[in-house]
Design a protein around this ligand. Structure first.
Ligand code: GDP
Length: 194
């Protein structure tokens, strides 16, 4: 799927820093600590590829990687407790500009932590995706943390939440980077994007 080496290109803090739009893009979004870096690493088969930037309050970067024919775009995590208003506003502006302004963006992947389900901040970004007309694929992460009943309840809650967003694909991809569950499904979805 991602033939060749996966390489870090650059971290971007403003629209004028985006690399030339010369290949298809897939972006990954989610609350901080959702398991985004781990999932990107599992997908591309690389160890320690995506750089963790988990320091609240620091300037948030869009991280660009090349992987096969694609750019993999690691969007800055959101939902930090006690994040300064200025940082939140900068994040909102950057996300809005990126999602509505990037012609080569093919699909967004919205990661949701299985332990938390859909949080209000997830709803906010999903609404932004709706308004930007960027179709998104929801991906549940860390499903290995759930057992039996809890798993079914969480899946129900998340599916119901997704149904309220017109830009969401109805299917929810259920994954664990720990056990490898769902990673092939996700790769299959990416392979089917044109
Ligand atoms: P990010 O901030 O979204 O990039 O999150 P990270 O990829 O850095 O992961 C945050 C934490 O969750 C780390 O301690 C990971 O080891 C852990 N984690 C990530 N994916 C999984 C998973 O599928 N299962 C479990 N149990 N833990 C995970």
């Amino acid at each position: 799927l991602f033939a060749g080496e996966t390489l870090f290109v650059k971290g971007v803090v403003a629209m004028d820093g985006l690399p030339e739009a010369d290949r298809l893009e897939l972006c990954f979004a989610g609350r901080s600590n959702v398991g985004k870096s781990t999932l990107i690493n599992a997908l591309t088969g690389r160890k320690a590829l995506a750089r963790a930037s988990n320091t609240p309050g620091r300037t948030q970067e869009i991280n660009y990687f090349t992987a096969g024919a694609y750019y993999i775009v690691d969007l800055p995590g959101y939902g930090f407790a006690n994040a300064p208003v200025k940082v939140v506003e900068q994040w909102q502006r950057l996300m809005k500009n990126y999602l509505s302004g990037r012609q080569t963006l093919r699909r967004a992947f919205l990661l949701i932590d299985a332990r938390h389900g859909i949080k209000p901040v997830d709803d906010e970004i999903m609404t932004l995706l709706d308004r930007s007309a960027v179709t998104f694929q929801a991906v549940l992460t860390k499903v290995d943390k759930l057992r039996g009943d809890t798993r079914e309840k969480t899946l129900e809650q998340v599916r119901a939440g997704l149904a309220r967003h017109p830009a969401a694909y109805p299917e929810l991809i259920v994954t664990s980077s720990e056990t490898g569950e769902g990673i092939d499904v996700l790769r299959g979805v990416i392979a089917g994007i044109d």
